[in-house]
Ligand binder design. Structure first.
Ligand code: ARG
Length: 240
């Protein structure tokens, strides 16, 4: 019995050890959320999160591999070890903390709504009663909107689909993170932002619970990027 116990206690190889051995960070993201992560015209995955990740991997002396994953199912994919991290404009929430570990926050955001230019009835979230709001399935926008009384929530796999439905008149508003909505309204005519952000949220990099060594490495790398100005450069590039 002692023998078996000794065998069991020989530590299972940790995620960080595996990453170091393979020399690469494998990250899951839902590349549908411009400007955080999206496909450019050449079909490369680019964005703020991608640039931060590139610098994080540089600091850790690792290659970077991105796995484009549907948002709905991105946490199960982490648990199934399809990747070791999620960086996908993911808000740190108490609910998600039950399932994953989060790095220190790397971005502050908040949910906001957009409507068609000609809409003068919806001036803020307060006016959504009796209206349809489009959100990305399983996001904090979905959670928030689902709790608003008398609001009909239409859920889409990706946020661009919600904007198409806004243009078609099938939803009255779209709710998502401010930088995403701002980017969309900047690049497409006929839609405008209304009101103020109605949540405050912090984005974090998610990993499996118990990956404490990995967590430490990620937090240290993030802190260094903030200190040496790299973070600010990336921020200015995407959110000037
Ligand atoms: N911040 C929101 C959340 O955590 C939306 C994130 C959606 N991310 C994405 N890449 N589509 O729920």
């Amino acid at each position: 019995a002692l023998f078996i116990m000794a065998g069991c206690s020989s530590q299972e190889q940790g995620t960080w050890q595996k990453i170091e051995k393979e020399g690469k960070l494998v990250v899951g993201m839902s590349a549908d959320y411009k400007p955080f992560e999206y496909h450019d015209k050449g079909d490369n995955i680019v964005g703020f999160d991608v640039d931060v990740l590139k610098e994080v991997s540089k600091k850790l002396n690792l290659k970077l591999e991105l796995k484009d994953t549907a948002w709905d199912g991105i946490i199960p994919g982490l648990q199934a070890k399809k990747y070791d991290l999620i960086m996908s404009a993911m808000t740190i929430t108490e609910e998600r903390k039950k399932a994953v570990g989060f790095s220190d926050s790397y971005f502050n955001a908040g949910q906001i709504i957009a409507v068609l230019d000609g809409n003068n009835n919806i001036k803020s979230v307060e006016d959504l009663k009796g209206k349809k709001v489009g959100v990305q399935l399983g996001t904090t926008a979905d959670l928030e909107a689902s709790e608003m009384e008398g609001v009909e929530v239409k859920r889409y796999e990706k946020i661009p689909q919600a904007f198409i439905e806004l243009n078609n008149g099938r939803v009255d508003a779209v709710a998502a993170d401010l930088p995403v909505v701002a980017k969309y309204t900047l690049e497409h005519s006929g839609v405008k932002i209304v009101g103020e952000p109605f949540t405050t949220e912090n984005f974090g990099i998610a990993m499996r619970k118990g990956d404490t060594e990995l967590l430490e490495k990620i937090n240290t790398a993030l802190a260094e990027l903030k200190q040496d100005g790299t973070y600010d450069e990336i921020y200015a590039k995407w959110f000037k």
